[in-house]
Design a protein around this ligand. Structure first.
Ligand code: AMP
Ligand code: TRP
Length: 355
């Protein structure tokens, strides 16, 4: 017997329900490679893992978050469907997980209101995303933009999810969600009862922060420095040609620093491990120039994204199927959400309606 083997008297760990995964993205048009490499790819990996482990994966199109800044009413519906198409095309298999639209489950905003009453304003004012977005939308900073993290905490805690796959920029919001759970549990969970909410943790991909083509800011649609998830190969290759790399690498035979190069980061997200190693070696030894790395990346992005693009075209032609998937998802989520809310209302002392 090895030292690590359990003693014969040890009981197996108690088996609870499998952990739950929850994440969401705003329907802000088609996704970009930052969204994909930072978050969506991890969603797909978790769905694949769930086939073996029974993880319960729930993914949400957070339309109520999207309306916290100026938006075009006429475009919102189409954007919600476009977002669903992107997820499904990337491998979010509705037979294996749940996909729905936030506004189809009214308990999200109900729980967010209760959280409004327990969290102090000071903590919300410290959120980096609020500071950045209120800078960008200076003319009209809505109260909803300020209280955004409370709705995000409600999204996650409503399902008592513990695994939240997101990009690095959302880590602060996850810390805040844990704080909400702790506050609620501390104030409203009766002594010796199981905590109302477990504390959720972020699950980061190996590439949790993708820089934009400008090399200055993280990739984001609002900065126009992005590569779209569904962009055609030729357009991607053209954008890569002009993409920022290592500023110290002035001549082809200067050795590069892959650890600070966005092209290398993107290789890590989509290229086979052997090629990633080769890129690393060839860059540091200057046997490859930036153009070689970019060309190899263009090829791998094409191999990776072409099936997604084709699947998205197929799904766009069948919007009914997409709407059916979202309706199934909402039905399941409303049931889970109502169960949580019954406990929340009870623990907060609200009177249930008779009958
Ligand atoms: P957003 O488009 O800001 O709603 O982001 C949706 C998801 O993509 C979140 O989990 C973000 O953390 C992630 N994300 C957005 N931009 C990037 C980026 N440039 N690099 C890595 N992850 C990102
Ligand atoms: N705030 C996230 C973003 O901007 C989106 C989001 C809303 C989210 N609710 C969530 C992410 C719940 C994870 C879990 O990207």
């Amino acid at each position: 017997m090895t030292e690590q083997a359990p003693a014969p008297t040890d009981k197996p760990a108690p088996k609870g329900p499998p952990p739950r995964v929850f994440s969401g993205m705003q329907p802000s048009g088609t996704l970009h490679l930052g969204n994909y490499m930072g978050a969506l790819k991890t969603w797909v990996d978790l769905v694949d893992e769930s086939r073996r482990t029974g993880l319960d994966c729930i993914f949400c199109i957070v339309d109520q978050h999207a309306i916290t800044v100026d938006y075009d009413v006429k475009e919102l519906r189409a954007k919600v469907v476009d977002a669903a198409v992107c997820y499904l095309a990337a491998g979010i298999d509705p037979a294996q997980c749940t996909l729905f639209v936030q506004s189809h489950v009214p308990q999200h905003t109900e729980l967010a209101w209760y959280f409004n009453t327990i969290m102090p304003m000071g903590e919300l004012g410290r959120m980096t995303q609020f500071k950045e977005k209120s800078e960008q939308h200076r003319q009209s900073v809505s109260t909803g933009l300020f209280t955004y993290p409370l709705l995000m905490a409600a999204d996650i805690l409503l399902y008592r999810a513990t695994i939240v796959p997101v990009g690095e920029d959302q880590v602060q919001h996850l810390e805040f969600s844990r704080e909400v759970a702790r506050k609620f549990n501390g104030r409203f969970t009766p002594k010796r009862a199981r905590p109302t909410f477990p504390e959720p943790a972020p699950r980061l991909s190996a590439t949790p922060r993708i820089m934009g083509l400008d090399g200055m800011h993280k990739m984001s649609k609002s900065r126009g420095n992005e590569i779209g998830l569904l962009e055609e190969d030729a357009s991607i290759r053209k954008k890569l040609k002009g993409a920022f790399t290592d500023p110290q690498r002035m001549r082809r035979d200067d050795p590069g620093r892959p650890e600070i190069c966005n092209i290398y980061t993107m290789h890590r997200a989509v290229s086979p491990p052997a090629l990633v190693e080769e890129v690393q070696r060839s860059c540091t030894s200057a046997s490859w120039g930036c153009g070689d790395c970019k060309e190899a990346l263009g090829n791998n992005l094409s191999a990776h994204l072409t099936p997604i693009r084709l699947k998205a075209k197929e799904l766009t032609a069948k919007p009914e199927q997409v709407h059916d998937t979202l309706a199934d998802g909402a039905r399941r989520c409303r049931a889970i959400a109502e169960e949580t809310m019954r406990e929340v209302r009870d623990r907060m002392g609200l009177v249930p309606a008779k009958g």
